[in-house]
Design a protein around this ligand. Structure first.
Ligand code: P6P
Length: 351
């Protein structure tokens, strides 16, 4: 069995061999491609990189907290120890509320909109985030991630933004991405124009360096990613799709391999690089699915589609859904175009 990684032919791993390109330099060099009036979007993306580094620092230590003699909420250094997802949530809020670049935020960890404190200036952008997705996996040292989604405000004036600024279609995003805290820390983002780029944190210098420029997802993959523990709760179309993927047929590359981390950022990152499909369909227990539309499905869907893939509920485009609530859930299939189109055929009864 070859232990050679399945490296997609369409994704240039390093486009500028022997050149060190930091994320801040890359963002500034590409400011014109995302029509960044005044540089605020570039500044926001640089602040995302800083936030990712701060969270990575704590995630890396998480396994040690207990060994260091965690005593309730105060550790041996006398520092207050927060739950990691609380820490990550506060990192996002505190790094952006005084930036002067956002007018309102929303977080998976907060019930309602996060207004900008009156003492700070409001900006033209809207930021939604899942500060630490998959945090229940941290004790098992499984990869987890932060996900972010950015819009231009639509409300008038210079005051704090409104709920209408937040309840937006994914197709209106001006930027989206994630930070993956895995065997290495990676930041992957897009500002549209079919460009998706990946940066790997070099801890020795504390910089995200360009490592995956111009990521393109293969048109068809060989991997499906689904929690099959719910197989008996799936509806007919999605169950028949799984059956199809598991049948043997060399001409269509079946059976597919199954890979499921249980951490969306890790599963989507692998799908983006290797191809295939990540799916969390509705079930008889949760017909609307589990994953959140605004700060999980939309940003991940933008990345996948900008890389040449597809993101669907099984019957509709994820990015065209008009949200009605901040934390609404959505059933989802995302990944290689041909694989998602196949899933849609099963979900809509064509097959
Ligand atoms: P299940 C993690 O809890 C999460 O929100 C996503 O990161 C992940 O894709 C999903 O839930 C896993 O859910 O039901 O398979 O444990």
């Amino acid at each position: 069995m070859s232990n050679k990684a399945i490296v997609p032919t369409k994704t240039p791993i390093i486009t500028r061999p022997n050149q060190v390109v930091t994320i801040s330099r890359y963002i500034l060099e590409h400011a014109e491609s995302h029509s960044d009036e005044g540089g605020d979007l570039s500044g926001l993306l640089c602040d995302i990189a800083l936030t990712g580094k701060m969270i990575a620092q704590e995630v890396r230590k998480a396994g040690l907290v207990d060994i260091l003699g965690q005593t309730g909420t105060i550790n041996v250094q006398g520092e207050e120890v927060q739950k990691l997802d609380d820490y990550a949530n506060e990192c996002f809020i505190k790094n952006f509320d005084h930036s002067g670049r956002v007018c309102v935020m929303a977080s998976e960890e907060e019930e309602g909109p996060i207004p900008i404190p009156e003492k700070f200036k409001c900006g033209d952008y809207v930021l939604l985030f899942d500060p630490l997705d998959g945090s229940s996996n941290i004790d098992a040292n499984v990869s987890i991630g932060s996900i972010f989604s950015i819009y231009k405000r639509i409300s008038e004036g210079n005051e704090s933004g409104t709920i209408q600024d937040l309840l937006r279609k994914g197709s209106e995003q001006v930027a989206a991405g994630y930070v993956l805290y895995g065997s290495s820390t990676m930041l992957v983002y897009t500002t549209g124009n079919g460009q998706v780029d990946g940066f790997t944190l070099d801890p020795s210098v504390g910089e995200f360096l360009l490592s995956h420029a111009g990521i393109k997802i293969p048109d068809k993959g060989k991997i499906y990613s689904c929690n099959e523990g719910y197989r008996n709760l799936l509806f007919d179309g999605s169950r028949r799709f799984l059956d199809y993927l598991q049948e043997e047929d060399k001409s269509t590359g079946r059976p597919y391999s199954a890979r499921y981390v249980g951490s969306m950022v890790a599963d989507v990152h692998r799908t983006l690089l290797y191809g295939g499909i990540f799916m969390y369909p509705g079930t008889s227990k949760a017909p609307g699915g589990k994953l959140r539309l605004l700060y999980e499905a939309n940003p991940m869907g933008m990345l996948i589609e900008q890389a040449g893939g597809l993101a669907s509920t099984g019957t509709e485009s994820i990015l065209e859904l008009k949200p009605t609530e901040l934390h609404q859930r959505v059933p989802l299939y995302m990944g290689s175009k041909q694989d998602v189109e196949l899933a849609i055929e099963f979900e809509t009864g064509v097959r």
